[in-house]
Design a binder for this molecule. Structure first.
Ligand code: FE2
Ligand code: FE2
Length: 404
């Protein structure tokens, strides 16, 4: 049984939902509340696995503000799954809910889909808060703190009053971040017809969320570069690898928004390696050594030493930083996309393939020699999502992209 808290804005809405969710009574232990205050008291009184809330209304005096409620849940009970289930899913409210909700579902909804979404989000949370992850995090001297710039940016975006001007003025306080962002925006990846020379233009062009992810990635690498890494580990190499994975992953997805998120997810997918390496250098050096001696992949060696891998550690920290669950999920499952049970190539899948290709490139992969990439890709999964043939095209395209 999973414990589910359901927050509604009125008793009529509550009754409608109650009868709709009846078939789930054997699997879900449900508690219904009306309004934000009642939801908060229920959360303080007992632990819930899942919170499902209507968006309600953010207007003053409203009984339920679903986005504020889920933000509070994220900050105070981060292991709890957060869902929005609402009839009003306007572009604006969806944009605000995206960073705080694991999923946003519209009413009327399909019951099977809802229970599948809940199960998937529970899988992610179980991975991020496993005993192995919690024990490893417990032995870290310190977790990378949320940098001031990123924090200010998030506050501005969460306020709902952000404008390209206000976002730009926060980033521009920091000269090196300004330069780094302009460099990224003008890189070949974004394929701009003309050069963007100021942050305000960059924000207008890319949109708020991609800018926030890029700042998060640049800040994480910057924070980590001040600390000493163990022998055999190169921060620059991880950064270069991550950028290439991001660029490749973005080309595998046709949806423009998803493709941009894939770029950011690629930039961040191995951040857990950096966190483990700089926080526990001796243990991490042992993992590197084990992987080399036994000829096993890095994350398998990490699993033996830490009882978890860089994928979960990285995803856990990104979740704590408030990065959107879709991106956190892609980082957490980049070695095992099959565990998500998606029917097509999603974010985690794109990172998995791009990561495999990037490693295989170093192992001599070419269109006539696809073995290095086939060894690294989950073959059953690529067959199951119907992309086995597409993979040949990706390998050929990758060769020419690498040669360009
Ligand atoms: Fe990885
Ligand atoms: Fe990687």
């Amino acid at each position: 049984m999973i414990d589910v808290l359901i927050a509604e804005s009125s008793s009529s809405a509550q009754e409608a939902l109650l009868s709709r969710l009846k078939p789930l009574r054997d699997a879900w232990n449900m508690q219904y509340v009306i309004g934000t205050a009642a939801a908060q008291s229920a959360l303080e009184a007992q632990r819930f696995d899942v919170v499902i809330s209507d968006i309600g209304s953010a207007a003053g005096g409203a009984t339920l503000d679903g986005i504020a409620l889920l933000r509070d849940v994220r900050d105070r009970w981060p292991a709890t799954v957060r869902l929005i289930l609402s009839a009003q899913t306007s572009q604006d409210s969806v944009m605000k809910a995206l960073p705080v909700a694991h999923q946003i579902l519209a009413k009327p909804f399909d019951l099977t889909h809802l229970s599948r979404v809940v199960a998937r989000a529970c899988t992610l949370q179980a991975k991020l808060y496993s005993n192995g992850v919690m024990a490893s995090l417990g032995s870290l001297k310190s977790l990378p703190a949320v940098p001031r710039l990123y924090q200010q940016l998030t506050q501005d975006l969460d306020s709902g009053r952000a404008t390209p001007k206000s976002v730009a003025s926060i980033i521009e306080q920091d000269m090196s971040m300004t330069l780094r962002l302009l460099q990224l925006v003008n890189s070949a990846f974004f394929g701009l017809a003309r050069r963007i020379t100021n942050i305000r233009e960059a924000v207008t062009y890319l949109g708020f969320e991609p800018i926030r992810h890029l700042v998060a990635s640049a800040e994480l690498f910057r924070a980590m570069s001040k600390i000493c890494a163990p022998a055999g580990f190169s921060l620059e190499e991880v950064q270069r690898h991550s950028q290439r994975v991001g660029m490749t992953a973005a080309t595998l997805l046709t949806d423009r928004e998803l493709s941009r998120t894939a770029y950011c997810a690629g930039m961040l997918h191995d951040i857990g390696q950096v966190i483990l390496a700089v926080s526990m250098p001796e243990a991490y050096a042992r993992a590197i050594d084990l992987s080399k001696r036994m000829g096993i992949r890095q994350h398998i060696a990490e699993q033996q030493i830490f009882a978890c891998t860089h994928a979960e550690i990285g995803a856990h920290v990104l979740a704590l930083w408030g990065l959107p669950p879709s991106l956190v999920e892609a980082v957490a499952f980049h070695h095992q996309p099959a565990a998500l049970g998606e029917a097509q190539l999603g974010l985690a899948g794109a990172i998995h393939v791009a990561d495999a290709m990037e490693h295989a490139r170093l192992d001599g992969m070419s269109p006539s020699n696809p073995t290095p990439v086939l060894k690294r890709i989950d073959q059953d999964w690529i067959e199951a999502i119907g992309q086995r043939q597409a993979l040949d095209g990706w390998i050929a395209g990758y060769e020419s992209a690498a040669a360009a």
